[in-house]
Design a protein. Structure first.
Length: 141
């Protein structure tokens, strides 16, 4: 897949994921494309789906992904939902969210797709994340 766009409740969300994204280099390229779409207003949010390839960012990789997002989006920093498998992959996504928070990014990690879409809808609808639930983290700018 790489990158696709989904219209959800009137908002266009760039969904990044799929078998083609196996390395940090692949993910950086996808984040670059998604960030540019957000900067130009053709995507209001990003959803990163690590599940299919089992990608788990290291701290260094998470820092690089956040830097790419912040560097390319400028002031149009979109909310970011991250889908993961339970365990280490989820932990790596939480680290990425925390690093994003330090740079002004609103991000949350999820283990199920429905929760991720609900969070994105709420954030896009009123700019505020819904109440925290167990099994995920949410970080506000």
């Amino acid at each position: 897949m790489g990158i696709e766009f989904r219209l959800d409740g009137g908002s266009r969300v760039a969904v990044l994921g799929g078998e083609s994204l196996r390395t940090v280099r692949d993910w950086l390229a996808a984040v670059d494309r998604g960030a540019l779409r957000a900067r130009h207003g053709t995507a209001e949010a990003l959803l990163l789906d690590f599940r299919s390839t089992g990608y788990t960012p290291s701290a260094r990789e998470a820092r690089a992904l956040v830097a790419a997002l912040v560097g390319l989006c400028g002031e149009r920093l979109p909310p970011v939902a991250i889908l993961t498998q339970p365990g280490v992959q989820y932990g790596g996504a939480r680290v990425l969210c925390m690093m994003g928070e330090l740079r002004g990014c609103q991000a949350a990690a999820f283990q199920d797709e429905e929760s991720a879409w609900l969070w994105l809808r709420a954030v896009l609808a009123d700019g505020l994340p819904p109440n925290s639930e167990s099994g995920r983290t949410q970080l506000e700018a």
